[in-house]
Design a binder for this molecule. Structure first.
Ligand code: SF4
Length: 421
């Protein structure tokens, strides 16, 4: 077996009590069925038994995955299993085995690709991961070595990101596709927007080729895209004629739909993160939000916002992307690498395009006027937490694009590019 990972993973060290937003709070902490049952039957003190009963609730009785049960956070959004001394009660009484999978592994993302490769990366919802992405100005590098067999969870076939079966029809082209996607995102001769457009073009084509049994065309296309003139031509042909203002309208409408979906979820911290962004842009809804609006049953909800505030936020974001484009590059590379291509190359790309758009809306809302790198890392990790990490894009936002027949490359381009005038 081979192990392929970002080299920066070796630099990761949990900030523990120094973490600005520890993963024991403001977080959806899930438990699989087996972890849940193990805990409910654990030999432990009466006090811990009672706390477990109250704190961990079943949410999805049919789940075979990690979302069978979830921790019900207290009113401040903190895990009730966190003791006064800042230590986890489960860890103290039951040791590492008492922890659910998420607590044991976060922010590590490990999975298996085909029969012979494990991959390893870190989830940027963790502020320390986001800091590492900010620190690597030279771009993210991957390393590959023989797997040493020392990871009990991997050996048991337990993964934290979706695995890709060896039988997936695109398997022979897996690494050509993945490496090309990363190369496109790291092509610094293009702007980040242009790279995203070229990535869309490549992902769309690769998806079609696999679906039509024409995978052999993928390496040829990947080779063509190494020519900067061809890549630039593709990017130019995809740039929509869109002003900043109409970009803002589309972006806020996307965000507002996600906010309404988040309102229907049980996680208070998630609603709070959305509320912070909404307040920063002065988003209001019609009909007014006297009760939680339901996006599924009421298609006539209209969101309005302060466009001057949006443009201000956009400027903050643009300054980051212009002056330190490697940060956005690293964020996107970090997102793309662990995505399972078998779930849909196009779907993976569309998630990245939506996330790229949301970065512009959300990151500035979490930043003070003058900010340092730690504050920027926290803003990035919060944006990841509220969008990609809890499935709001994957499960919900993509449905809106499908419903509106907007799940296409030209529509993705509208999420990415606007003219500077
Ligand atoms: S969020 Fe990251 S740095 Fe913070 S406590 Fe959790 S793992 Fe550690």
């Amino acid at each position: 077996m081979r192990l392929k990972k970002f080299t920066y993973c070796s630099e990761f060290k949990c900030m523990a009590e120094k973490c600005p937003e520890s993963c024991c709070q403001q977080w959806s902490i899930f438990f699989s069925k087996s972890d849940y049952l193990k805990l409910r039957n654990a030999q432990c003190s009466e006090e811990l038994k009672k706390t477990i009963e109250k704190a961990i609730v079943k949410i999805n009785a049919d789940s075979e995955g990690f979302d069978y049960a979830v921790v019900r956070l207290d009113e401040k959004g903190v895990c009730p299993l966190l003791d006064g001394d800042g230590l986890c009660m489960l860890q103290k009484e039951l040791g590492g085995d008492g922890l659910g999978y998420a607590c044991r592994t976060f922010p590590r993302l490990k999975t298996k690709i085909g029969e012979d490769t494990y991959i390893y990366s870190l989830d940027m919802s963790c502020p320390k991961t986001a800091q590492l992405l900010i620190e690597h100005k030279e771009g993210l590098a991957l390393s590959e070595r023989n797997y040493d067999g020392g990871d009990g969870l991997l050996n048991a076939g337990v993964y934290s990101a979706p695995a890709v079966s060896a039988g997936w029809e695109g398997m022979p082209y897996y690494w050509v596709i993945k490496n090309t996607q990363i190369e496109i995102l790291q092509n610094r001769r293009l702007t980040v927007c242009e790279r995203m457009l070229v990535l869309g073009y490549f992902s769309r084509k690769a998806n079609e080729y696999i679906n039509h049994g024409e995978g052999g065309k993928i390496p040829v296309l990947a080779g063509r895209l190494k020519d900067i003139d061809i890549s630039r031509e593709i990017a130019d042909s995809l740039k929509p004629d869109q002003s900043r203002k109409s970009y803002g309208v589309k972006s806020v409408s996307l965000f507002a739909k996600m906010l309404l979906r988040a309102q229907n979820r049980d996680e208070g911290h998630l609603r709070e993160l959305f509320r912070t962004v909404a307040d920063s842009l002065e988003i209001t809804f019609k009909p007014e939000e006297s009760k939680p609006l339901n996006i599924k049953s009421d298609k006539n909800i209209e969101a309005s916002f302060n466009s001057a505030k949006y443009l201000e936020a956009l400027e903050v974001y643009e300054k980051i992307e212009k002056e330190r484009s490697y940060i956005i590059e690293n964020i996107l590379v970090n997102l793309i690498f662990p995505q399972a291509l078998s779930e849909g190359i196009w779907k993976n790309y569309f998630i990245a395009a939506v996330f790229y758009n949301l970065l512009k809306t959300c990151v500035p809302a979490f930043l003070p006027k003058a900010f340092n790198d730690e504050e920027l890392a926290l803003a990035i990790s919060r944006t990841a937490k509220m969008t990609v990490n809890n499935g709001l894009i994957k499960k919900d936002a993509l449905l809106d694009f499908l419903d509106n027949r907007a799940y296409t490359l030209p529509h993705a381009a509208f999420l990415i590019y606007f003219s500077q005038s």
